[in-house]
Design a protein around this ligand. Structure first.
Ligand SMILES: [Zn+2]
Length: 216
C-alpha cells in the first residue's frame, strides 16, 4: 500500500517487518526472505526492478535482513547498513536461531554513518544513527516532508527491545532524545501500524516510561 506519495509499504505479517520502497529506487529492509516470492511479484507488478539500486537495512536482525541475499541476487542492488551492524550480517550473527531459521550471510557494499544522505528522485533521507535496539540501528529522516522511517527504534505505541545482542536501554533513551528534536508528521516503523499524529507526544511518553515491543 502507498503510505505517502512515492512510498510503498509492504505490511509485515507475523514475524515479518514492514518493508518500504522509496520512489521505486531504494528498498528499506527485506524481511526474513520467506516472503520473497510474493514481494517480488508485487514489486514487479507495480515497479521497474531495474530502478531499485540500493537495499538499506535499518539494523542487523534476521527478520529485517534475512531476505538481503535473495533481493540482491534478483535486483543486483547494493547492500547498505550502519557500520556498527555491518559485521553482524557479514558474519551471520543475525539471531536467525531465535526464529528457528538459518542465517544467510551477505557482504555489505556500504557501511552507513550518521548524517549520510539517501537520495531518490523525490526524497532526501538523512541517516540518523539511533543505537539502542542494536548498536547500528538507524532511522531515515526526510526533513522537508517530516517523514521518519524508524526501523525497530520506535513503533506507533512502543520502542524496540534492548535485551538482545548489542542492545542498550541507555543508548535507546539517548536516541529517543535525538528523535524528539525532529519534527515528525509521518512515522513509518519496522513493525505494526504507521502513525500520523501525536508523534512528539509518543516520544516524550516513551522517554518517561519506555514500553518495550516484543518483536525482534
Ligand atoms: Zn529488530
Amino acid at each position: 500500500m502507498q503510505v505517502y506519495k512515492g512510498i510503498e509499504m509492504f505490511l509485515g505479517i507475523g514475524n515479518e517487518p514492514n518493508i518500504f520502497l522509496l520512489d521505486g529506487e531504494v528498498l528499506v529492509d527485506t524481511g526474513t526472505g520467506n516472503t520473497f516470492a510474493q514481494l517480488k511479484e508485487e514489486i514487479e507488478h507495480k515497479f521497474n526492478k531495474k530502478q531499485i539500486k540500493t537495499i538499506v537495512n535499518t539494523h542487523y536482525h534476521f527478520d529485517h535482513t534475512g531476505g538481503n541475499k535473495k533481493f540482491r541476487d534478483w535486483l543486483k542492488a547494493d547492500i547498505a547498513i550502519h557500520a556498527d551492524d555491518k559485521e553482524k550480517i557479514e558474519q551471520g550473527e543475525t539471531l536467525a536461531e531465535m526464529m528457528s531459521e538459518t542465517t544467510r550471510i551477505v557482504t555489505v557494499d556500504h557501511g552507513l554513518y550518521n548524517g549520510d544522505i539517501i537520495k531518490t528522485s523525490n526524497f532526501i533521507f538523512e541517516v540518523i544513527h539511533t543505537p539502542g535496539h542494536t548498536q547500528g540501528s538507524i532511522c531515515l529522516y526526510e526533513s522537508d516532508k517530516r517523514i521518519l522511517i524508524s526501523g525497530d527504534t520506535l513503533f506507533s505505541d512502543s520502542v524496540g527491545r534492548t535485551d538482545l545482542a548489542g542492545g542498550s536501554m541507555e543508548m535507546l533513551i539517548s536516541s529517543l532524545k535525538k528523535l524528539s528534536e525532529l519534527p515528525v508528521m509521518y512515522l513509518f516503523p519496522g513493525h505494526g501500524s504507521i502513525r500520523t499524529s501525536g508523534i512528539d507526544f509518543l516520544i516524550k511518553q516513551m522517554l518517561v516510561a519506555p514500553k518495550l515491543n516484543a518483536m525482534i
